[in-house]
Design a protein around this ligand. Sequence first.
Ligand SMILES: [Zn+2]
Length: 151
Amino acid sequence: MSERVIGYIEGGVVIDHIPLGRVWEIIHLLGIDKIKSLGRISVGDGFESNQMGKKGILKIEGISLSEYQLNLIALIAENVTVSIVSKGQIVNKIKTKIPNILKNVIYCNNVNCISNDPKEKIVPLIEYYLEKGFCCHYCNKFFKKDKLRFV
Ligand SMILES: [Zn+2]
């Protein structure tokens, strides 16, 4: 149903079931806002969803994203659906999972961490563990998924 609500794409990526209001964070995470030579991009938000009330959906034409980039989407929500489209048909559905190493993606949650000192100009480096959550490479402090601040 939602496939028809916003634009058709010939080839590219469809990201569906995005939590309401968070579609822009995905655009930023994937760096789509910085790429100039893309095809059609449809950004939808506030669409009805049987599963989740309201949702966002993103369709990006003429792009292929790395597995790492696609996995970054799991930082926004684990039940987001990522489909690869070729010749107007879905050819693959990807199950995203949070990458083990996040370099320059999210900040350490510890305000006193050296990586949060602008004078040091340190690139944030965070490790992810399924059970324990996120851990900063510099201060070794753990934090949870609901505390993420994106770079
Ligand atoms: Zn830290």
